[in-house]
Design a protein around this ligand. Sequence first.
Ligand code: ADP
Ligand code: MG
Length: 238
Amino acid sequence: MATLDLQNIQKSFGDAKVLHDIDLAIRDREFVVFVGPSGCGKSTLLRIIAGLEEATSGKIVIDGQDVSRDHPLDRGISMVFQSYALYPHLSVFENIAFPLRVAKMPEPDLKAKVARAAEILQLTDKLKLKPGQLSGGQRQRVAIGRSIVREPRVFLFDEPLSNLDAALRGDMRVELSQLHWQLDATMVYVTHDQVEAMTMADRIVVLNGGKVEQFGTPMELYHHPATKFVAGFIGQPN
Ligand code: ADP
Ligand code: MG
């Protein structure tokens, strides 16, 4: 299981306060979407959870353990970025296997884990290809495969679909929802796209100016918006 508690997270860059007292309890195996306009602090919050950025104050607690001081690789968290940094000279297999090679995993275990990830992501027949021979959606799946093999407790996604065209984005939304179901993992997904938030989330966090406007199910936000901002933001056509 993996619960993720964000306790009174604050973040300032110099004089600029970009996160104000973020307090959220994310449940085991929940798919939570952070949504909000550009610059509201979504990526900063995700980077703090991942340990890539230090909070000015507050705690990140996973399964009841404070991981705020832990190295990013020791948190059991995996982050998938918008610009998927694949190694162009390595095969799909080696791209997915990369974190396991770094961890010096024995070859038979490594092969089994890559095979399983490839099966989940429908990349089994692409393992020998190079990233340059794949479509955008397939490349994104390789990046996700690299996260899966580490068997993280929590997956973080920062606008992973924003570089894809509309049709592919629709397909990938469905695939990510299936992935969530298959992996039984806790997932936090960042987007500025209301439709993505409404269709994918178990619960949505609406952020605005570094503050949580509302945390609730898509239906709660739609039928009972807590603020004018939520009403306008969720109600807006995309
Ligand atoms: P979002 O992902 O919601 O678009 P960000 O988290 O990237 O927003 O940024 C939130 C605010 O913090 C923005 O005003 C941005 O300019 C500022 N910011 C982000 N990273 C830094 C940094 N390293 N140094 C200074 N300001 C930053
Ligand atoms: Mg961002």
